[in-house]
Ligand binder design. Structure first.
Ligand SMILES: Cc1cc2nc3c(=O)[nH]c(=O)nc-3n(C[C@H](O)[C@H](O)[C@H](O)COP(=O)(O)OP(=O)(O)OC[C@H]3O[C@@H](n4cnc5c(N)ncnc54)[C@H](O)[C@@H]3O)c2cc1C
Length: 397
């Protein structure tokens, strides 16, 4: 794939759009600014200073579809004009009450129902911490006995997850469960497996997520595939590198346990690409598909190319493979637009939610862009190349 084709990558973007992106990614190159910006924006919102408009016009416009599903309509359509699907992601984090969880459930159900209103909606997605209490997931992950009250709370959370899966099944859709911090992940993994066992008998309705920046995940994937075979259900999995690198390492150091994260980036990259090969093989071939399905969630060009090569090796043509190449809205358009143009199934997470509630998501993206060597530089050099190309084109015409 020609990831340098910036004309294709930015075809839908005006010059002003490109300048805004360049300004934003330029800011993200300064880690101190992101560190300072986080408390400053939170304080300003808390003091009710009128900065909501500014946030909406800048970071929000780059990384978020809007405050509601209806707001996301134009972004969904704009992507779908280029045959890029959207994954509506209610990105409200850090909630703790039953009322918040009920709201999370209602809105996620609406994201699944929205396919009757908009073209180009791919899978749905949710975070278990959006529908249940973090501390409860943490306790379950340690296998500690729950009190009667906690058990009842967990039953309510399970009922919410099952409601989403049942609705997705009824609507002919699928829903992914995001992966989060390792100290709540055992509860998430176990529940995801139960849901797959229950709802994936005929097709992958529920997708789990595996983070390859963790050690031992190839073995975990093999165990998942084995469980699907023994349980006679279809495995749906999204693979990602992982978004909580610094938090994971800090906690491990603080509490004095071995870091669950790979020793270096090269080990993460190696396992990610091994996972791609393993899972593409598990899909079978066009003549004998296994019924499993894979989402490759990455902004890494060589991993994307590797996934496409593995599919081609097994005889899949772009678009026919039960695989989504997925990126986040506002990032790596050079991968999304080029892959979609080449006929691959491409989808972008399209986050939405009230400005204040989406801030944790936005700051994670900002931190990721400052801490991940290369990502911001890559975005900036693509933007610069396209602006230069347009300038040269204007000059010559
Ligand atoms: C569609 C989609 C869905 C996602 N869903 C989730 C999810 O459910 N849960 C989740 O945690 N994340 C999720 N992410 C974020 C993802 O985990 C990555 O943080 C992000 O995509 C950057 O990784 P990359 O593969 O795109 O690219 P790259 O830029 O090649 O890799 C950066 C990543 O490599 C890893 N890394 C960097 N330095 C080191 C090091 N020194 N040692 C070890 N590893 C290192 C980190 O994971 C870092 O984020 C999702 C991303 C996408 C695109």
């Amino acid at each position: 794939m020609d990831f340098n084709n910036t004309a294709r990558a930015f075809h839908s973007r005006s010059d002003a759009d490109l300048r805004r992106s360049q300004f934003l990614f330029g800011l993200l190159q300064h880690p101190w600014l992101v560190r300072l910006g986080k408390p400053a924006v939170e304080a300003a919102l808390w003091l009710r200073l009128p900065i909501k408009g500014l946030v909406k016009k800048t970071v929000f416009a780059q990384f978020v579809g809007g405050e509601s599903i209806a707001d996301c309509g134009p972004a969904i359509q704009k992507l779908w004009d280029y045959r890029i699907s959207s994954i509506l992601d209610y990105s409200v984090e850090g909630k703790e009450t039953e009322a918040d969880f009920q709201r999370g459930l209602d809105i996620t159900l609406q994201t699944l129902a929205a396919h009757t209103k908009f073209d180009g909606l791919a899978l749905g997605v949710f975070k278990m911490t959006g529908l249940s209490r973090f501390a409860l997931l943490e306790k379950i992950s340690t296998d500690a006995a729950l009190s009667a009250e906690e058990q009842a709370e967990w039953e309510r959370a399970l009922a919410r997850f099952r409601r989403l899966a049942a609705y997705a099944q009824k609507e002919g859709r699928s829903i992914m469960i995001d992966a989060e911090e390792t100290w709540i992940q055992p509860a998430i993994d176990r529940t995801a497996r139960q849901l797959m066992q229950e709802f994936n008998q005929e097709r992958p309705v529920v997708f789990t997520t595996v983070q390859l920046y963790r050690t031992g995940r190839i073995e975990a994937l093999e165990a998942d595939l084995q469980a699907a075979q023994e349980g006679n259900y279809k495995y749906g999995v999204k693979i990602v590198r992982g978004a909580y690198l610094e938090k994971e390492r800090e906690r491990a150091t603080q509490l004095g346990y071995p870091s669950p994260i790979q020793p270096d980036k090269a080990s993460t990259d190696r396992d990610f690409d091994r996972a791609v090969a393993l899972l593409v093989d598990a899909l079978g071939t066009p003549g004998a598909p296994s019924g499993h399905s894979l989402v490759v969630g990455t902004h890494n060009e060589s991993s994307t190319q590797w996934a496409v090569d593995c599919l081609a090796k097994n005889g899949w043509t772009p678009g026919d493979a039960p695989v989504w190449l997925a990126q986040l809205y506002g990032m790596s358009d050079h991968i999304s637009y080029v892959a979609a143009h080449d006929g691959h199934r491409v989808a972008k997470y399209l986050p939405f939610g009230p400005v204040r509630d989406v801030l944790p998501y936005l700051f994670r993206r900002a931190e990721e862009n400052t801490s991940v060597a290369g990502q911001t530089g890559r975005e900036l050099s693509n933007l610069r190349a396209e602006m230069n190309r347009r300038r040269a084109e204007r000059k010559s015409s």
